[in-house]
Design a protein around this ligand. Structure first.
Ligand SMILES: Nc1ncnc2c1ncn2[C@@H]1O[C@H](COP(=O)(O)OP(=O)(O)OP(=O)(O)O)[C@@H](O)[C@H]1O
Ligand SMILES: CC(C)(CO)[C@@H](O)C(=O)[O-]
Ligand code: BAL
Length: 582
């Protein structure tokens, strides 16, 4: 993220309804930046904003220079008997909420602006889509754009919610607009079974929004877990240059997942709807006690749901959260998902059941002793010390060895994108971690002076950082590790079970550093000068473009003034046991 947040003087939130105006704004915002790390975050929504949406927006606000929230009730993703007409539209209150949380731009286009309306229908103010179940009529059912009045048709039973597949599936392919079709195995189960064509409509509109806004990052809720998996897959398959961030489900105190559709529920139904999360929690407890079989976990949820007689369960399924493949049992991780109907309101919820070992993320200012403490905590807990510094050093060594200049960014990126770094705890506590790159051990070599003097030039390259963070996150999938740095808990492992912000006063850090330099190199440096250098470094680290130092909101601050490494290690391991006990 850049240093300066871009916003015209005196204006709070801009509202654009046209692609041209939005693009013009973004072009000016990018052009006005001297900083190359200017970042735009997009939060796609259908409006009627609630605290779930706000959690996405707040995350985007923290991580970007410009935050765009799109509000568009997308006709392409609604079936003919679904609630397109009824879906809440409340742009003015959405605008006020966006203003309160510091959104820069709301993009609220009409359907015609996004091309989901034919010329002729556009003239008549009608939108395409709200997919026609007779398919071949193809031009949609002529719903008036932005029609928020209740449907005047008598309520018809929703075939899409019946347990058997819709006998006459809509054929959104017949719509005269280019569409994105996600892989069939991902869209033909869970919600895709009853909402045929839905994910095609979602993928199409999200692809359009990504192309229009061209954000660095886009934020989606884990509540729509199938949607999130499909979008991640689309972005990967179609090489969209965007990072997709999934955000945790925000719930009512009762456990009910927040949703715009909760507005349809009566107070009584709202209380009953909490049973969805009750069921998921029961399954989680069983899983934590060792139950991994899909059949049993699903039965636990169904038994719980059966306690509310007015609830009609559409599905309870266990799938892999990325591929959405049905699982017979959980090997590493599973997504346990529910869809059910209370009256005419369709609700969804889910939970991730993961065998992943915990992650300890330690961030903090320079000289706080992060690497010593991380190594010691890893040793004491029997976890891997994910020595991220060693990873950058290993890459630097390989770059030098390959004869590539360290400032040849494309060349370095090519090597970074194809290298595989392995780390293993050494039996010898002195060695700490052993390092391999592309199968070749380089534990000693990465300490050579040539590597030391070039590693910061390599680590400063954004593409390198992105590649190595990708590798670090792959390690994170299994978990069971301790990592340290400046943004481990905020960026690399935002889901870490334990986050520590390790700090010490400038005076203490300067004293320690001076003592180290005296012991290792016989240097006798001025304490005052060292304090001044450290203060400057703190400021720079907190304000740098790449990986700025930030304390995660859920991190525990540990001030190590006057504490030994052993004492700090003991403190952190106690926090670990506290956090990870059942
Ligand atoms: N409770 C929640 N916690 C976290 N994210 C959420 C929550 N509810 C919605 N989101 C996310 O907000 C984004 C916009 O969702 P959307 O506007 O459809 O809201 P919604 O409340 O899910 O509405 P719907 O009733 O259509 O399900 C999606 O990425 C969605 O996953
Ligand atoms: C992602 C989305 C905005 C696409 O219309 C919608 O499906 C939603 O709100 O989750
Ligand atoms: N949040 C997903 C949008 C939909 O249900 O259509």
């Amino acid at each position: 993220m850049g240093l300066i947040r871009w916003k015209p003087e005196g204006i709070k939130v801009r509202l654009f309804t046209t692609v041209a105006a939005l693009r013009c704004y973004l072009r000016q915002a990018r052009a006005g930046q001297l900083n190359s790390e200017f970042e735009v975050g997009l939060v796609p929504t259908m409006g009627a904003l609630h605290a779930g949406h706000l959690s996405l927006i707040e995350k985007a606000r923290k991580e970007n220079d410009v935050v765009v929230v799109s509000i568009f009730v997308n006709p392409l993703q609604f079936g003919p008997t679904e609630d397109f007409h009824k879906y809440p539209r409340q742009l003015e209150s959405d605008r006020q909420l966006c203003e309160q949380v510091g959104v820069d731009v709301i993009f609220a286009p009409k359907a015609a602006e996004l091309g989901v309306v034919s010329q002729e229908e556009g003239d008549r103010g009608q939108v395409l889509g709200v997919r026609d179940s007779l398919g071949d009529r193809g031009q949609g059912v002529g719903v008036r754009e932005e029609d928020s009045s209740p449907n005047t048709q008598p309520p018809t039973p929703n075939p899409s919610l019946s347990p058997t597949p819709n006998p006459q599936p809509p054929t959104p392919c017949s719509l005269p607009v280019t569409q994105v079709i996600p892989p069939l195995p991902m869209i033909s189960l869970l919600c895709g079974r009853s909402r045929q064509g839905h994910f095609q409509g979602v993928a199409t509109i999200v692809a359009k929004l990504l192309n229009i806004v061209q954000p660095e990052t886009a934020y989606f809720g884990q509540k729509d877990a199938q949607q999130l998996a499909i979008i991640r897959r689309m972005v990967q398959d179609l090489n969209f240059p965007v990072k997709i961030v999934g955000c945790p489900i925000v719930r009512e105190p009762s456990g009910l997942a927040l949703s715009s559709r909760n507005q349809y529920l009566t107070p009584e139904q709202k209380a009953e709807a909490a049973i969805l999360y009750e069921g998921l929690k029961k399954a989680l407890i069983a899983f934590l006690e060792g139950e991994i079989k899909s059949q049993h976990l699903i039965a636990i949820v169904k038994a719980q749901l059966a306690r509310v007689s007015s609830l009609q369960t559409e599905y309870v399924e266990l799938v892999h959260p990325d591929t959405l493949k049905p699982l017979a049992e959980i090997e590493e991780v599973g997504l346990l998902a529910i869809a059910a109907r209370l009256g005419s309101t369709r609700l969804i919820d889910n939970i991730i059941l993961s065998k992943r070992q915990p992650i300890v993320a330690i961030d903090g200012p320079a000289g706080a002793g992060k690497s010593t403490v991380a190594r010691s905590v890893a040793q004491s807990l029997g976890l891997l010390y994910l020595d991220t510094g060693a990873m950058y050093r290993a890459l630097t060594w390989l770059v030098i060895k390959s004869g590539i200049s360290v400032d040849d960014e494309p060349g370095v990126t090519e090597i970074a994108s194809t290298c595989q770094i392995d780390l293993r705890m050494s039996d010898d506590p002195q060695t700490g971690v052993r390092v391999w790159i592309n199968g070749q051990e380089c534990t000693q070599e990465i300490r050579y002076e040539e590597v030391t003097s070039n590693v910061s030039a390599i680590a400063a390259q954004k593409a390198v950082r992105d590649e190595l963070v990708k590798q670090q996150r792959q390690w994170g999938e299994k978990g069971g590790l301790v990592a340290e740095g400046r943004d481990i808990g905020t960026h690399v492992f935002p889901d870490a079970e334990l986050k520590i912000f390790l700090t010490a006063s400038v005076e203490e850090r300067a004293r320690r550093r001076r003592a180290d330099l005296q012991a290792s190199r016989g240097l006798d440096l001025s304490l005052e000068k060292m304090q001044q250098d450290l203060s400057e470094r703190d400021w720079k680290d907190s304000n740098r473009d790449i990986a700025p130092l930030r304390k995660a909101t859920d991190a525990i601050e540990v001030n190590t003034d006057g504490l030994s490494v052993t004492q700090v290690t003991e403190l952190i391991t106690n926090f670990y046991w506290e956090k990870t006990k059942l």
